[in-house]
Design a protein around this ligand. Structure first.
Ligand SMILES: [Zn+2]
Length: 492
């Protein structure tokens, strides 16, 4: 987060009164200078130019700055295509029935909007950034946001409908569901982002509410909470489990042609199933945006790199400062000053040589205290090593590792191979794991893997960089089974 800098702070009331053009004027002036003249960098020896790659925002924010309609109940609410809201209920994006926005058609729509003063195919006015920048285009400048579309949109919306149906079929009661949500023995980061009890207001609203992290955890762990109470072929359950698969694909930091095609097929199948199970329920705009994702991933790369999640975390800093200083005389000034102090501090304390690992406590021990087979592997890889540092808790690149966590060490034909961390040591400044191999059997109903001990690969040693996926996972005992649910799709 110390790599996210502050350019402009303003009050939302001022945006309403003066508009983005006025508010962003100083920033646009700087950016135009950066495009035309650039900055002289002594170590490079010449001017380096730059521009804005993309604007990351929730849908309303993106549409306000880009100049599209700001109402998602209007006829043309999609910034990726000119599909009508009524057609969007009938046709899928992959059917090819909607015209994607292209430069020529966009220019014509903008011209018409400017001449008539009324919206044309969802275009209201010129994009604030396009007014000043030559190398930024509104059509490529506003990627979708997974956080708001999926975790605060599609997921809580479909959870509301599917859970309501499961409750009406009396597989479990509302009280039982909330008792499971509240008392489930969440581990590690699952505990930090544990879902809250679902409010009764879900019966009268179109969503279960909740923030992105909570909803992400709820859809991922729901099979462990109530999966055993639901029959295998229950349609509402299948809708939710399809959505769980889609979530894992959408948050994947790596994509291949195959994974994008698979996501495309999944989204289509899921839409069909949802409409069959809930024929009277209208699809929400965010479900339509999701249908554009496979094509958008081809343009932007994995969308998880462009979500607002990090910016929301950054925003948290400002909310905290506002609460603590309790001075509202000129709140943007107060926040900006505090932020610059924080950035100054982190720049000063930044060292290139600083280890990428953050450890709580370490104990240095002779290599010989480790298991013989592990000692052998380390000596083969690092011949001069006599001592290693043992630790029980490490953070690397924002991911925390503890003994007992489950990692994916390899992936064979899309099937992950799991292992449990039984010891962590630091060798030559790098994090290494002593792992216990596990067999993973896919349990489709739970969309999770059942873990059993693996006689062939008992104990082995891997470096962090050798893991197929660095994301550490938690296993849970559910009805006598030891289960683990992936957080994101793993590629071979
Ligand atoms: Zn569209």
């Amino acid at each position: 987060m110390s790599s996210i800098y502050l350019a402009v702070l303003c009050k939302s009331n001022d945006v309403k009164e003066y508009g983005f053009n006025k508010i962003l004027e100083p920033l646009l002036e700087d950016l135009a200078h950066l495009e035309e003249v650039g900055i002289f960098i002594p170590s490079v020896g010449h001017f380096v130019k730059g521009t804005v790659h993309v604007v990351i925002a929730d849908n309303l924010g993106a549409h306000s700055i880009a100049g599209y309609v700001e109402s998602f109940s209007s006829e043309y609410y999609c910034r990726f295509c000119t599909g009508k809201s009524s057609e969007i209920q009938i046709n899928e994006v992959r059917s090819g029935g909607f015209s994607l926005r292209k430069r020529e058609s966009y220019d014509a729509h903008l011209k018409s909007a400017q001449q008539t003063g009324s919206c044309c195919f969802g275009v209201k006015k010129e994009c604030v950034f396009s007014t000043r920048l030559a190398h930024f285009h509104v059509l490529s400048g506003y990627p979708p946001d997974v956080m708001h579309d999926v975790f605060e949109g599609v997921v809580p919306f479909e959870l509301k409908h599917c859970l309501s149906m499961l409750l009406s079929k009396k597989y479990f009661t509302f009280e039982f569901l909330n008792e499971r949500i509240v008392n489930f023995p969440y581990k590690w980061t699952d505990k930090t982002n544990r879902p809250h009890a679902i409010p009764r207001s879900m019966f009268s609203q179109n969503t279960i509410g909740g923030n992105a992290h909570e909803n992400w955890n709820l859809i991922r762990l729901l099979p462990f909470l109530v999966g055993h109470m639901v029959p295998e072929d229950e349609p509402a359950w299948l809708v939710l489990m399809d959505l769980k698969d889609i979530v894992e694909l959408v948050v994947s930091p790596v994509h291949t042609d195959e994974s994008i095609a698979y996501l495309d097929g999944k989204i289509s199948e899921h839409r069909q199933r949802f409409q069959e199970v809930f024929p009277g329920v209208k699809l929400i705009p965010k479900e339509h945006f999701l249908e554009h994702y496979p094509e958008l991933i081809k343009s932007y790369g994995p969308l998880v790199h462009l979500w607002t999640m990090r910016f929301e975390a950054k925003h948290h800093f400002f909310k905290q400062v506002a609460r603590v200083t309790n001075c509202f005389k000129n709140i943007p000034l107060t926040l900006a000053a505090k932020h610059q102090l924080m950035i100054s501090h982190s720049l000063k304390s930044y060292h290139l040589e600083k280890s990428a690992l953050d450890v709580s406590t370490v104990s240095t021990v002779p290599l010989t205290v480790l298991r013989t087979e592990i000692t052998q592997v380390i000596q083969d890889k690092y011949p001069d090593t006599e001592f290693v540092q043992i630790t029980t808790s490490v953070t690397s690149k924002g991911l925390s590792y503890r003994n007992g966590m489950i990692v994916v060490c390899r992936s064979l034909d899309g099937l992950p191979e799991f292992a449990e961390i039984i010891q962590m040591c630091i060798v030559q400044k790098g994090l290494c794991f002593v792992l216990k191999g596990l067999c993973g059997w896919y349990r489709e109903h739970f969309r999770a893997f059942e873990l059993t001990s693996s006689p062939s690969r008992e104990i082995f040693f891997l470096e962090l960089s050798e893991l197929a996926d660095g994301y550490p996972l938690a296993d849970y005992k559910v009805g006598g089974l030891r289960l683990v649910s992936l957080k994101r799709q793993i590629h071979s």
